[in-house]
Design a protein around this ligand. Structure first.
Ligand code: DMJ
Length: 684
């Protein structure tokens, strides 16, 4: 119901003859004309003259007004360009984004930069490589929310939303034109920036080392050269670690993971995951000060007496493994005490009808359970905790840790449902049987089962025959069912089998395999394991080089027919990179066993790309959404703990000339890159 007052108001308004509402416009026009006619001829002429003068003045000043407006638009474009396209900010100066970008120094000309550009000279013609500056201002007005030059728009908005996964339609081609883009861009994100530093430097090949120009320094890095003029790759890795650690220390200290873009942290278990995962890396790199600070946190702050559910596998490989290896490297009892405390709190996971452990344990309450939606555990998770539990028993002389994990291996060894040594991805905690049979992969959910077969055999002094037998059979199964070559370039890859159908798909995770095969061959297993390792290493390398960012996608598909025209195909949902270690891990093994310097060069390329596309100004590195988009790779705002625990550690070991530094004849690395000693042989 309308109130009466409102009704009255409407009625009055519409009927008032003196009202100035739009309804009586005609009346108003008539009255103006009457007044005009009442003026004298002289008065009318004067008014007309004045109007004419005003009109002429207006016409004369129009160009300068429009030029001014156009100038503003161009300048805005330049600022965009300065953020996104130009590079070469002088050493020690970090490019600044957003509203303050006009205070940034003018970009310096260089091979990757294009001509120097003065931000105020926006009307000057620009070179062909900088299309945005030639863009007419009108375009900007038509699409006010789009950023960057038209040629970049298609992909440029890929990752406009921080952390958001973009849905894209096209399947990307490999090959042509990759390098061009790689060289041109500075990558900037809202509020954060990927520094264009030494990444622009082409890595020196084995023969070119002497001639290599020194890389541009990142703003906060120490010099990357030694007196010989060669790039000091070890120091470059240390710099990367320091940068990652700075972010963690400033914004995530004592928490699980750094979120470098939002300068905050993420919590998974609430156990200082990154800090513990990084301990032995710092020790190995000689970062004593950082190590001591972290050790003090472990001593004073780390407690496992917490009502928190943790994942048995992740906690074992990252935290238990990290504590045990740090104990070995330092001899400091603190780390063994912490490892013992954690190990005992993880034991309830094994109290299941089948003795196959549950995936989750509450380390405060001493209870365990499977995931909410199933009573299955993941195969890799229950078979990749053995190195750590076995070592804990050896050190503490308490057999229960070793007993529970050995029991799992025994069960799996005898279980039906394998396919020429290949295992399904799930196992039921009640029945102890494989589930989801018929799907076989060396990737997620199965990967480290194969890795730990070999490594347990090595850890125990090559005495446990079942482990070796399972490993050898599995490699034969891989060769028979999963290894194929691409049509165009005959790249060897490891695909997947799903109910007898072959899927030409390989997770980046599978790139652990060349390293493991090489380790086996080094320990007198068949020579053709090494041949396969060499071929797979090449493929993993190409999964990086074929991408515009020089970084591998999470998953690659492969073209089987020569007519496919391309070897590596990346689907839109698989374009992310999580800073994973597997390829550099394998490069480390391959270099140690062959001394072929190309493996070091490949690792150097990868480090350069991490620096170029994932390094975040202010500290830390971030996972990215799209390895095919060097302009907007799209930060995920997460630095995984394994980047410090594994990726940087393997890069450091790859570049180290000291073959006795964690000799592969004395240590096995757990699946999180924590070295554990090979047990001394029992007296005969
Ligand atoms: C790490 O936690 C371990 O390497 C694990 O075996 C696989 N996933 C990550 C790294 O990618």
């Amino acid at each position: 119901m309308y109130p009466p007052s409102r009704k009255d108001f409407i009625s009055l308004t519409l009927s008032d003859p003196h009202s100035h509402s739009y309804n009586n416009g005609k009346h108003r026009r008539q009255s103006c004309w009457r007044k005009w006619k009442q003026l004298s001829r002289l008065q009318r002429s004067l008014i007309l003259f004045l109007l004419a003068v005003l009109l002429i003045f207006g016409l004369l000043s129009y160009p300068s007004i429009t030029k001014q407006w156009g100038g503003v638009s161009d300048r805005e474009d330049w600022l965009e360009l300065n953020d996104r396209e130009l590079r070469g900010v002088p050493p020690g100066v970090k490019p600044v984004l957003g509203p303050v970008a006009d205070k940034a120094p003018a970009p310096v000309a260089g091979p990757d930069v294009g001509p120097a550009v003065d931000p105020d000279a926006v009307a000057e013609p620009r070179g062909p490589n900088i299309p945005i500056l030639a863009k007419p201002p009108t375009k900007k007005k038509t699409f006010p929310n789009k950023r960057g030059p038209p040629s970049l728009q298609k992909d440029g908005n890929v990752s406009d939303t921080v952390g958001g996964e973009k849905q894209e339609q096209d399947v990307v081609q490999d090959g042509g034109g990759e390098d061009e883009d790689k060289e041109k861009k500075i990558v900037s994100w809202r509020g954060a920036m990927i520094e264009a530093d030494q990444a622009t430097e082409p890595p020196p090949s084995a023969n070119e080392k002497e001639a290599a120009a020194p890389p541009a320094k990142p703003a906060d890095a120490v010099p990357l050269e030694v007196s010989t003029g060669k790039v000091d790759r070890l120091e470059a890795v240390r710099d990367a670690f320091r940068h990652a650690w700075k972010g963690y220390k400033d914004y995530a200290w004592g928490h699980d993971e750094l979120k470098p873009i939002s300068k905050s942290f993420g919590e998974w278990f609430g156990l200082g995951l990154t800090l513990i995962d990084s301990l032995d890396t710092m020790w190995i790199m000689g970062l004593k000060e950082e190590f001591e600070e972290a050790k003090t946190w472990v001593e004073k702050e780390l407690t496992f007496s917490k009502n928190v559910d943790v994942n048995l596998f992740e906690t074992t490989i990252r935290i238990l493994g990290g504590l045990l290896s740090t104990y070995h490297l330092t001899g400091d009892q603190l780390f063994l005490d912490k490892a013992k405390d954690l190990g005992s709190r993880l034991m309830p996971a094994f109290k299941t009808p089948s003795k196959i452990p549950f995936s989750d344990v509450n380390i405060g309450k001493g209870t365990a359970h499977p995931p909410r939606w199933t009573s299955d555990s993941t195969l890799a998770e229950v078979t990749s905790i053995q190195l750590e539990f076995r070592e804990l028993s050896r050190l503490t002389q308490e057999p229960q840790y070793q007993e529970v994990v050995n029991e799992v291996m025994k069960l799996v060894h005898n279980l039906p449902g394998k396919h020429d040594g290949l295992v399904p991805m799930f196992i039921n905690t009640n029945s102890g049987q494989f589930t989801h049979k018929g799907v076989f992969t060396l990737g997620a959910r199965a990967d480290s089962y194969y890795e730990y077969l070999l490594k347990q055999w090595l850890q125990g002094g090559k005495t446990e025959d079942d482990l070796l037998e399972d490993y050898l059979q599995a490699v034969e199964g891989v060769k028979k069912h999963l290894v194929k070559q691409t049509g165009p370039s005959k790249l060897t890859f490891v695909g997947e089998l799903s109910h007898n159908r072959f899927n030409a798909k390989m997770d980046h995770l599978v790139c652990f395999l060349p390293g493991t095969l090489a380790l086996g061959a080094h320990n007198n297993l068949p020579g053709d394991h090494m041949d396969l390792a060499v071929q797979l290493m090449e493929t993993c390398h190409q999964m990086y080089t074929k991408m515009e960012t020089g970084l591998s996608p999470e998953i690659a598909h492969f073209g089987l027919q020569a007519s496919d025209g391309r070897d590596v195909i990346v689907k839109p949902a698989d374009r992310h990179n999580l800073l994973r270690p597997e390829t550099v891990e394998s490069l480390f093994y391959m270099y140690r066993f062959t001394k072929d310097t190309k493996y070091r060069d490949w690792g150097w390329d990868i480090l350069q790309s991490f620096n170029k596309y994932t390094k975040v100004s202010g500290g830390g590195y971030t996972s990215i959404n799209n390895v095919r988009d060097p302009v907007s790779p799209g930060p995920r705002d997460k630095m995984e703990s394994f980047f410090l625990g594994e990726t940087l550690k393997y890069l450091y070991l790859l570049f180290s000339d000291d073959m006795e530094l964690l000799s592969l004849d004395k240590y096995v690395f757990n699946t999180e890159a924590h070295p554990l000693p090979i047990w001394p042989s029992p007296p005969k």
